[in-house]
Design a protein. Structure first.
Length: 500
């Protein structure tokens, strides 16, 4: 087990038990099997009253502070989150004669191929999102109250305490958006013209990706990912990874991994899907599961791991599904170049959402006088579509359920993907994912994560300089569709689907 600071040493096992209770309750809620309402001790609790968060910050232990603050908010917001989850389980819209929740609509949108039905799902998602909006706002009010009780008068102050580097990454995100905007909008116009989308909307990227359907005869996503994991030498880890692949009311439409009590209890949730993006997402989530099982001996081993490194590893594995040699071996088919290009564009769209969200959120946290107007200007400039002023808080609420500044973590992770791919290639060869050396190379990487390596150490002159904005797109270093040329991967969660 990682040696923890002295002020935490006496609380480790209690913190592990708390983590397991909270994570288990969140798992049940997110998979539609129960309420997000963990059984917690009554009365004052030193584990969740914020004192440990402040101690970690005083000692400069930012990784520990980041982990502790998650538990603080998740426990403090138990009631608010339960109320929101109830809405998410009961607010529905009818599609094809079925009443579907937001999560079910998201999952359905990944499998539907009929243009008329796609349009129907799009309208239904907008309707459900609008009816969930007031519940999201109430949750944000509860969050602000809990943050103030922690001793931070503004959210910007909390973010900067946890992430002193945030302002430099906001500049990096802004520069990247400026440098890539024109080319991105041209590509989006091209896909709309090709697919016949006459009224530009944010959800168009989801529709582009939905057409990247695998050929008939392709192996199933779960079977393909499991065979890949076994080939890497992690067959034993599969026995410790609980997979829930049942579609049910109230279940999140996005795949996710939950480290309830790593390395013994790690879980992956997924729903059926037939697109290339679905396969990439599932491999991303199994990448987390491998990290949490093969890369830890005790739950505390994860507390020192920078979250951007965890996400970047998932991004790196997503790239594997683009490789024709992997497709032939694990799918039994080869995906055509257009499908690869469609997924690449959808992931580029996600990265743009992340960078835009980072700039928007920090402007709001710093006291922007009109957040709704800022939201409209930012998203219409970056995506060339009309957006709803009322949605200004929706995406922020979704991110805050994860971390105090999730767009920062994702933006850092996107900048790290190529570095991690090259690191693995340097250890196990260009086709590291296809050989017996893949497992040892990954285990060595997990050891570095557990040692407390930060994103800043990887984003160095030997990695990706913060000022670099060129050559980091979805189509490098080769063009999408070139045989066996790598095409940079995307993200485990489709942000266009997480918030209306």
């Amino acid at each position: 087990m990682t040696t923890v600071p002295g002020y935490l040493a006496g609380h480790v096992e209690d913190l592990v038990a708390l983590q397991a209770r909270v994570a288990h309750a969140r798992w049940l809620a997110a998979t539609g099997q129960g309420e997000d309402h963990p059984a917690l001790p009554e009365g004052p609790n030193r584990l969740t009253d914020g004192r440990l968060v402040l101690l970690a910050l005083e000692h400069g232990d930012l990784h520990y502070a980041g982990e502790l603050v998650l538990w603080y908010f998740r426990v403090r917001l138990t009631e608010a989150t339960a109320r929101l989850r109830l809405l998410q389980r009961t607010v529905t819209a009818e599609v094809g004669g079925r009443a579907l929740t937001h999560g079910e609509l998201v999952a359905f949108s990944r499998t539907v191929t009929d243009d008329r039905r796609r349009a129907e799902v799009r309208v239904a998602l907008a309707d459900v999102g609008e009816r969930l909006r007031e519940g999201r706002r109430r949750w944000l009010d509860a969050y602000a109250e809990a943050r103030a009780e922690l001793g931070f008068p503004t959210h910007a102050a909390l973010v900067r305490a946890l992430h002193p580097e945030v302002d430099r990454f906001v500049i990096h995100a802004r520069d990247w958006l400026d440098a890539t905007r024109a080319a991105f909008l041209r590509r989006w116009d091209g896909w709309r013209a090709r697919d016949g989308h006459s009224a530009p909307a944010m959800g168009d990227a989801r529709l582009v990706a939905a057409r990247a359907v695998l050929p008939e005869g392709a192996g199933g996503a779960l079977a393909s990912v499991r065979s890949t994991v076994r080939e890497w030498g992690f067959g034993g880890c599969l026995e410790r990874i609980l997979v829930d692949d049942v579609a049910r009311p109230g279940k999140s439409g996005a795949a996710f991994c939950s480290p309830v009590a790593p390395p013994a209890d790690v879980r992956v949730s997924t729903t059926p899907g037939t697109t290339l993006g679905h396969y990439a997402t599932l491999l991303h989530e199994f990448g987390h599961a491998l990290h949490f099982t093969a890369g830890t001996r005790h739950p505390a081993d994860l507390w020192r791991t920078h979250p951007a490194l965890t996400e970047a590893f998932g991004f790196t594995l997503e790239r594997v599904v683009r490789r024709p040699d992997w497709q032939r071996r694990h799918l039994g088919v080869t995906v055509d170049a257009e499908a690869v290009e469609r997924l690449a564009f959808a992931r580029e769209h996600v990265r743009r959402l992340v960078a835009t969200s980072l700039c928007f959120e920090m402007a709001v946290h710093d006291g922007h006088p009109d957040p709704a107007a800022k939201y409209v200007r930012s998203y219409e400039r970056e995506f060339g579509v009309t957006v709803d002023r009322g949605a200004a808080w929706d995406r922020m609420q979704t991110y805050l359920e994860g971390k105090p500044c999730y767009p920062l973590v994702y933006h850092q992770a996107f900048a790290l993907r190529e570095t991690l791919w090259e690191h693995l290639a340097g250890r196990a060869g260009e086709r590291w994912y296809a050989g017996s050396d893949a497992g040892p190379a990954m285990r060595e990487l997990f050891a570095r994560f557990a040692a407390g390596d930060g994103a800043e150490e990887w984003l160095s002159p030997g990695g990706v300089p913060l000022g670099q904005v060129h050559g980091e797109g979805e189509f490098g270093p080769g063009r999408a569709g070139q045989p066996d040329e790598p095409v940079v991967g995307g993200h485990a969660v489709d942000h266009a689907e997480r918030a209306p």
